[in-house]
Design a protein around this ligand. Structure first.
Ligand code: HEM
Ligand code: HEM
Length: 163
C-alpha cells in the first residue's frame, strides 16, 4: 500500500467529531461522577440526561476510534513531514497509537464500571482520564509548535483532504 499524500475527508471529519466528543465528555462528566458516587454508597442514581449522554458519547468515541483504525489500515495515513527528525517521528507515531489505545480503553473501562459494577474499572477510568488529558495536551502543543514555530503547515493536513 503506497501512503496517501494526506488524510481523506472522512478521516478528517472523524478526527474533529471525536475531538468535540472528548471535550464534551470532560466538560459534562459531573452528573456521571455523582451518579457513580450514589451507586458506590448503595443508593439508586436519579436519572439525568447528561448521564445518558456520557454513555452514548463514550460509545460513539469507541465506534469512531475503531472506524479510524480500520481506515488507517485500509487507506493509510500520510507519511510524517520530511523535515521531522527520526526521534520526533517515533514520538508522534507512538503518541498517536497511545491516543487510539485510550480512545478504546476509556469507553471499555467506563462500560465495565457502569454496566458491570466493577470498581477497579472506575478507578482505571479515572487514571486514564489523566493520561488522556496529558497526551491530548502534548498533541495540541505539538500541532501548535508545527504551526507557529516550524510553519510547515501540518495543521492543514487535518483541514484539507488530499488523496
Ligand atoms: C473516551 C470516552 C470517555 C471519556 C473521555 C470519559 C471521561 C470521563 C471523565 C472525565 C470522568 C470523571 C472522572 C472523575 O470524576 O475524576 C468520567 C467518569 C465516569 N465515566 Fe466516563 N468517559 C468516557 C466514556 C465512558 C463510557 C462509555 C461510560 C459508560 C458506559 C463511562 C462511565 C463513567 C463512569 C461510571 C464514571 C464515574 C466513575 C469515575 O469517576 O471513574 N464513561 N468519565
Ligand atoms: C484542538 C485539538 C487538536 C488539534 C489541533 C489536532 C491536530 C492534529 C493534526 C494536525 C494531526 C495530523 C498530524 C500528522 O499528520 O502527523 C492530528 C492527528 C491525530 N490526532 Fe489530533 N488534534 C487535536 C485533537 C485531538 C484529540 C482530542 C485526539 C484524540 C484523543 C486526537 C487524536 C489524533 C490522532 C490519533 C491522530 C493521528 C491520526 C492518524 O494518523 O491515524 N487529536 N491531529
Amino acid at each position: 500500500m503506497t501512503a496517501p499524500k494526506g488524510y481523506s475527508a472522512r478521516q478528517i471529519r472523524l478526527h474533529w467529531i471525536v475531538t468535540a466528543l472528548i471535550v464534551l465528555q470532560f466538560l459534562l462528566h459531573e452528573p456521571m461522577s455523582e451518579a457513580w458516587d450514589l451507586i458506590e454508597d448503595g443508593q439508586p442514581p436519579s436519572f439525568h440526561w447528561l448521564v445518558l449522554s456520557h454513555v452514548i458519547g463514550g460509545a460513539l468515541i469507541l465506534i469512531f476510534a475503531l472506524w479510524r483504525l480500520a481506515l488507517r489500515a485500509t487507506r493509510g495515513v500520510p507519511p510524517p513531514p520530511v523535515a521531522e527528525p527520526p526521534l520526533l517521528r517515533r514520538a508522534a507515531h507512538f503518541g498517536h497509537l497511545a491516543l487510539y489505545a485510550l480512545m478504546i480503553a476509556m469507553p471499555l473501562s467506563g462500560m465495565a464500571a457502569w454496566f458491570g459494577g466493577i470498581e477497579a474499572a472506575a478507578e482505571a477510568h479515572e487514571v486514564m482520564k489523566v493520561a488522556l488529558l496529558a497526551l491530548v495536551a502534548a498533541h495540541v502543543l505539538a500541532a501548535l509548535w508545527h504551526q507557529l514555530w516550524l510553519k510547515d503547515g501540518l495543521l492543514l493536513r487535518m483541514k484539507r483532504p488530499l488523496d
